[in-house]
Design a protein around this ligand. Structure first.
Ligand SMILES: [Zn+2]
Length: 409
């Protein structure tokens, strides 16, 4: 009998797509709204919007902001303690610049010292508006990675742990790490505007193919790429998506989410078996007492149904990027005979930049899950998951996906 060689399944477990809702905290009114949104998204607890949807969704944080906006230095001790708990649990996973009022290296240093002192680490950076500490040159006009500039900080920030950076790039294409496709954005309800959005996206793609730097990521449609910051440090840049028919930033608020996270979008994403880091601002709310209106709650409940059925894996930006990097860099050997397979993954060969938890959910198609063993660096995985055939008709084994544990707020 012949045995097929095990192959890596591109997506975790048996899911058909991976989604991170990557929300910039802009205009979040106060710590109560910040907490209520986090509880609604990440738990099944009772909240102002009804029972939570029990997904895994991160958030961002910044430090120096004008009064009236939730930020680390603006909130009180209880707010800061909450943010730190959420950073430690992985539910705050992105630094959203150091804030509009952080103009110098000293501002950055004060924030990093504070987090380090409390044993809080962040690995993702997301540029914000026109913050001087931004690291994007072309779209975000930052100077945070330019040595000698007043706001230079990336030597400190990368040392602190930042390695994934978002520098302003947003696409309308549904599903990254798949060949470019512009389907799913056009809507007959708004034929002119949606055609314009697609035309813009297509133009970026063509510019990319002609060597344009600004839109280079729109060419291959990859979720991340290795880059060198202007101070010479290596990082991975990622692209976010907002497939709204109007324009990428036309529905990037809590209410706008209802127009974006539609069943049509989710169906297209799963059909494409793509990855999406969704660009939005969930703290831009109409009513602080009830941050999400009913239409937004409804689309999130629909997403939760798909997630709980295992069709789509919803996780934080950091975890989605870690998985995407791991699946790109993973090297394994397999040894199969008469239906029995041993798969060996080596993580200590110095070429990988992901951490151990980034292998969570890693899945291999195999002939006989019951007769497959998986080793990581010579240690056998004791709790291997074994799956029946997925939609491709192939059976598989997976490393378990460990949910983040939401802290008591
Ligand atoms: Zn922002």
């Amino acid at each position: 009998m012949t045995t097929d060689v095990p192959r890596l399944r591109p997506l975790p477990l048996q899911c058909q797509a991976m989604l991170a809702i990557c929300s910039d905290l802009d205009e979040t009114p106060d710590r109560r709204v910040y907490a209520e949104i986090a509880r609604f998204l990440n738990t099944a607890q009772t909240t102002a919007m009804g029972q939570g949807v029990d997904l895994e969704v991160g958030n961002t944080i910044y430090f120096d902001m004008p009064p009236g906006q939730f930020a680390y230095w603006n909130t009180d001790d209880a707010g800061r303690e909450m943010v730190r708990s959420l950073i430690r649990s992985g539910h705050v996973d992105c630094l959203h610049s150091f804030g509009d009022l952080a103009t110098t290296r000293e501002h950055a240093k004060r924030a990093i010292d504070e987090l380090s002192r409390h044993d809080c680490r962040l690995e993702c950076w997301v540029d914000h508006a026109s913050a001087p500490t931004n690291v994007g040159a072309d779209i975000m006009h930052g100077s945070g990675d330019v040595p000698g500039s007043p706001a230079y900080h990336t030597d400190l920030t990368c040392d602190f742990g930042i390695r994934f950076v978002w520098r302003g790039r947003v696409t309308s294409v549904i599903g990254q790490d798949r060949p470019p496709s512009w389907r799913g954005v056009f809507t007959i309800r708004h034929p002119v505007a949606s055609t314009r959005t697609i035309a813009k996206e297509f133009a970026k793609h063509i510019l990319a193919r002609r060597g344009n730097n600004k839109y280079a990521m729109h060419g291959p449609n990859e979720i991340l790429r290795p880059v060198t910051l202007r101070d010479g440090q290596p990082a991975y840049e990622f692209i976010r998506c907002n497939p709204y028919w109007g324009r990428v930033d036309g529905a990037d608020t809590a209410a706008g989410l209802a127009e974006v996270l539609t069943p049509r979008f989710l169906n297209r994403l799963t059909q494409r078996q793509g990855v999406c880091i969704l660009y939005t601002h969930l703290g831009k709310v109409r009513d602080p007492a009830k941050p999400f209106d009913k239409p937004t709650v409804d689309v999130l409940r629909h997403l939760a149904d798909m997630a709980h059925r295992g069709e789509i894996l919803v996780t934080t930006t950091r975890r989605a990027l870690g998985f995407c990097l791991a699946r790109r860099q993973i090297r394994f050997q397999s040894d199969c005979a008469e239906g029995c397979c041993t798969i060996r993954i080596a993580t200590r060969n110095g070429t990988m930049h992901h951490g151990p938890s980034d292998l969570d959910g890693l899945t291999f198609y195999v002939d006989d899950p019951g007769r497959t063993r998986l080793f990581i660096d010579n240690a056998e995985v004791p709790n291997l998951l074994r799956h029946p055939p997925d939609s491709s008709g192939r059976r598989s084994v997976s490393l378990p996906w460990r949910r983040l544990v939401f802290p008591g707020l």
